[in-house]
Design a protein around this ligand. Structure first.
Ligand code: AHM
Ligand code: MG
Length: 341
């Protein structure tokens, strides 16, 4: 891979490894990288440019499709990613955490070619946005499916409602102490760090794998008492094995740390929220795809999340993701808890 140092060079070099590749997916991935640079620039200026705080609508705090309060940067990131994706000829539709339905992309209406693109994108434009006002890491998460419906027609919900194992690519951007884009097209996971002085992402973390030894568990401790059976015992076992707790409240940041240092992320179903909090299409599925490529695995309750058939665009799911051996231990605790009951 000599010379393939920037995100764009790397994506194009990797494309040559797939027989019959057309370059369409490469174009889409580099467009996502471009949108990430725009959002990164805005986030870095947030404290100076009056864009912190809640989005207002008709004098009230604005909410998204989930009824959650929107920050100004949520709206900016959503506008930026959806605008860039809609101008990419390879995209036929987008589902965003911030918008209720499918955003259809008809390129013929713009005089930009024929009909609808062959990929659909599920995106959480700014994950962990409650961290923004306190200057802690946030992220973007995306998953890309190939459409199943005819390209002469608008994208259908079935184009988006595919199992994670059928994703053609997935990734995230972490806006942290440095900004990174991490993605996979199903041949390993690679991470790129943004150099703001040059304006490019450079390959910095080739072939990322969870370390064999897990050091960290990431879970909101406030949910421990009401979490689904087995989780409490599993966390106890983590403590006995000398693991430590780290939780930022931004899924991308917690997943990324665990991928580099070794660990497991848990957002279980609870008594109050049996389906957990996180969204299947644009949070759980892309991370499950990446975890699988990095030697990890992902569960939602009793199932391998990679194989779960989603049923609605904004559905929630419990999420347990990390090194495969840790997930096995968690599953064993969950099974024995069920037997005891
Ligand atoms: P968001 O998409 O509205 O930002 O919510 C998702 C975030 C995740 O990034 C994070 O892991 C989780 O919600 C934190 O939730 P909690 O505050 O309940 O622990
Ligand atoms: Mg989110």
């Amino acid at each position: 891979m000599i010379g393939a140092n920037t995100l764009q060079e790397f994506v194009v070099a990797r494309q040559a490894e797939f027989a019959g590749a057309t370059g369409d997916l490469s174009r889409l991935l580099t467009d996502i990288g471009t949108a990430a640079k725009m959002v990164n620039r805005h986030i870095n200026r947030a404290g100076l440019s009056g864009i912190l705080g809640a989005q207002q609508h008709n004098g009230k705090g604005s909410t998204n499709v989930q009824g959650e309060a929107q920050q100004k940067l949520d709206v900016y990131a959503d506008d930026t990613f959806t605008r860039v994706l809609q101008s990419c000829l390879k995209v036929g539709g987008v589902v965003s955490e911030e918008q209720p339905g499918i955003i259809h992309v008809d390129h013929s209406k713009r005089g930009q070619g024929r009909g609808y693109g062959k990929y659909v994108v599920c995106i959480d434009p700014l994950d962990g946005s409650s961290n923004i006002d306190v200057n802690i890491s946030v992220g973007t998460i995306f998953g890309i499916h190939k459409r199943r419906s005819p390209l002469t027609e608008p994208a259908t919900p079935e184009d988006f409602l595919q199992p994670a194992k059928d994703l053609v690519a997935a990734g995230y951007v972490l806006y942290g102490s440095s900004t990174m884009m991490v993605y996979s097209t199903g041949c390993g996971v690679n991470g790129f760090t943004y150099d703001p002085s040059i304006g490019e992402f450079f390959l910095s973390h080739p072939d990322m794998k969870f370390p064999e030894k897990s050091k960290v568990y990431s879970m909101n401790d406030a949910n421990l008492d009401t979490a689904v059976s087995g989780v409490r015992n599993y966390i106890e076992s983590c403590r006995h094995r000398g693991m430590t707790a780290r939780y930022t409240g931004a899924l991308v940041a917690d997943f990324h740390r665990n991928l580099i240092q070794g660990g497991i992320y848990l957002y279980p179903g609870t008594d109050a929220k049996p389906e957990g909090k996180l969204r299947m299409l644009y949070e759980a599925q892309p991370l499950a795809f990446l975890a699988n490529q990095a030697g990890g695995s992902t569960r939602c309750h009793n199932h391998d999340l990679l194989h779960v058939q989603p049923t609605s665009l904004h559905q929630r799911t419990p999420l347990f993701t990390g090194h495969a051996a840790e997930i096995e231990q968690l599953v064993a605790q969950m099974h024995s808890a069920v037997e005891v009951r």
